[in-house]
Ligand binder design. Sequence first.
Ligand code: TPP
Ligand code: MG
Length: 444
Amino acid sequence: MKQKTEQKPAQSSQPAQSGSKNGNASNGPAPAAGKKSFTPVAPQRKNPHGIPDYRLEVPNYHTIEEWTDGKLHYTVKGDFSAPAPSLCESKYLTKETSIKLYRYMLLNRKMEQALENLFKQQKVIGGVYLGLGQEGCSCASAFALKKEDWVGPMIRNQGAMLVRGFTPADTMMQYMAKAGAPTKGRDSGSHYGDVKDKNVVAPISHLGDSIPVMAGLALGARLQGKNIACLTFVGDGGQSTGPSYEGFNFAAVQKLGVILIMEHNLWAYSTPVELQFACKDLADRSIGYGVPGVIVDGTDPNQVYDVTYEAAQRAYKGEGATLIEAKMMRMRGHAMHDAAAYVPKEYFDYWKKRDCNTRMERYLLDRGWLTEAENKDLIADVQAQIDRDRDIADASPFPTPETVTEGLYLDNSVKIPFKYGKPKVKEVQKGVKIGEASNVSHYK
Ligand SMILES: Cc1ncc(C[n+]2csc(CCOP(=O)(O)OP(=O)(O)O)c2C)c(N)n1
Ligand SMILES: [Mg+2]
């Protein structure tokens, strides 16, 4: 017996309008005569709640929950035939910075391919979480920040880690639980950061909990006299948790420079977005928080870069938090152990045509910023770096048993420095207990 439960479409079917020239000059030279021209990164339309939507297309499909003989599976309804649009033209990225960003995206992809091979060789301890198809979002958003800013990545943001200065060898050693890894083999997988030099808060497994931590960081910096940008990510599943709301609401109220990217990649483990939330656009949540919200194509690194860059400028001016919804697709299972057989094939075919790395490559070639030969050399150079780093990671020893108790807890010798200045807070008067101070009567 078949029983269908049709869910509301997650995305609307408004037609894309053609992009208007927005008068914002690109940093790069105008395309030479005969070269392809591009739509500038600018809102193409607003959604029904007035949220700017930068995408050049709005997909028109949704997932249907279907029960056959008591078993649940998903089918789809909608149009999957549209050709992929080109990338938009960034207002801020130059030829040099675009190529640098593309290199990070290649490094991200090739590092994950190497990790997959290491997993299949049983050299990885635990699971591997891949960000295939999301490299443009991870890399471009982190790339839009300054060194003094902070990033709190999630498991699929290994590209952001690379941009912040971790090497592919660091990540591979981490997954292989080697002594040379950032956590020295104490925690396999992606839970590593660096609060000293790279300003990276380790991903927190409890979905949404990175958000209050990043809000706390921004508050800490403000107390030291500086407004900084604190970028973090949450998935379409993770955004439903209590800490996501509590943390981002706090950032909104305090006007803290938290940049929250909601990675709307259509799946939270095996749950489609249609069963996760009832609104169409997660950026609508920004209205309730009272902060600016935008929608971007998460597979267009130029869109992601420009909106993150602008959110960071707001943060520096003390104007507060920004919510960015990046729409894209998780192109693998939740982790290597999940074959994602529940995902209808149409989604993979549709989003493969929108692959961020392929489109960035095409964009750079079409703009004349890379020649075919330069591109080939760049790809070979990135592959050579991955091969070298994989050999370093493979050769790194496991931690020795004698060190097993080291590095597990923060010991008192570790001092976390004030990075931006002396905190501007009132010193508690010596000898006055908090309780006594709060008992002071104002009605003398
Ligand atoms: C509070 C909490 N609930 C459940 C989990 C288990 N869990 C880990 S990842 C995941 C799915 C996350 O989906 P989403 O937030 O959409 O991120 P994506 O994997 O798509 O990047 C779940 C349910 C968790 N880590 N924390
Ligand atoms: Mg998801």
